[in-house]
Design a protein around this ligand. Structure first.
Ligand SMILES: C[S@@+](CC[C@H](N)C(=O)[O-])C[C@H]1O[C@@H](n2cnc3c(N)ncnc32)[C@H](O)[C@@H]1O
Length: 160
C-alpha cells in the first residue's frame, strides 16, 4: 500500500455539522489520513468560543480544512469532483460504490441528515452504510470513518 496521504486523496465534507466532538473526531480522522475537510454552512460550534475551541481544536492544526459559508462556495471549490452523499435513505450501499481519486464524501447534520432535495438530485450517488433492520443511523463520525477508509481501501487496493 502506498503511504498516506494519497496523491489525490478523497475529500470529506460536513453539511452544517452540529456537535463539536463529532467535528473534532472527524478533524482527527482527516488529519491522520491527509484528507481535505470541507465544512459547509452554519456550524454548531465556533472556532472562537473558548469552550468549543477546547473541545474541537486539538486536531485542527493538522487538518487541511475550509469553511464554505454558502453551498455555492462549496460547489465551486469541488467543481469537477464527484460527490457521494452518505445517507440512511439510499438504495445503494457503500459496497456498491466505485471510488475514484479526488471523490468527495458528503455527510449530513446529526439531527436531520442531508436535505431531501439534495439527495433527490442524484440518487445514484447516494450511499447507505448497511445496518440491521430498525437501526436509525450511525454516529456521524463513525459513518465518516467507515466511508473514508473504504474509499482509501479501494484507491490503494491495486497499488504497490
Ligand atoms: C446521525 S446521522 C443523521 C440521522 C438523520 N436522522 C437521518 O436519518 O439521516 C448523521 C449523518 O451520518 C451519516 N450516516 C449515519 N448513518 C449512516 C448510514 N447507515 N449510512 C450512510 N450514512 C450514514 C449521514 O451522512 C447522516 O446525515
Amino acid at each position: 500500500m502506498p503511504p498516506l496521504p494519497l496523491p489525490d486523496p478523497p475529500h470529506v465534507a460536513l453539511y452544517e455539522p452540529e456537535i463539536p466532538p463529532n467535528a473534532g473526531n472527524i478533524a482527527r480522522l482527516c488529519g491522520a489520513t491527509g484528507t481535505p475537510l470541507h465544512l459547509i454552512g452554519r456550524l454548531g460550534f465556533s472556532f472562537h468560543h473558548p469552550k468549543a475551541k477546547r473541545a474541537v481544536m486539538d486536531y485542527w492544526e493538522d487538518v487541511d480544512y475550509t469553511h464554505h459559508v454558502a453551498w455555492a462556495d462549496f460547489e465551486q471549490a469541488v467543481a469537477g469532483r464527484r460527490l457521494w452523499m452518505l445517507t440512511t435513505k439510499a438504495e445503494r450501499t457503500l459496497w456498491d460504490a466505485d471510488f475514484a481519486p479526488g471523490d468527495v464524501l458528503l455527510f449530513g447534520p446529526e439531527s436531520r441528515g442531508l436535505p431531501a432535495d439534495l439527495l433527490a438530485r442524484d440518487p445514484a450517488r447516494c450511499l447507505r452504510i448497511p445496518m440491521r433492520e430498525g437501526a436509525r443511523s450511525l454516529n456521524l463520525a463513525t459513518a465518516a470513518g467507515i466511508a473514508l477508509y473504504e474509499a482509501i481501501r479501494q484507491l490503494t487496493a491495486n497499488t504497490g
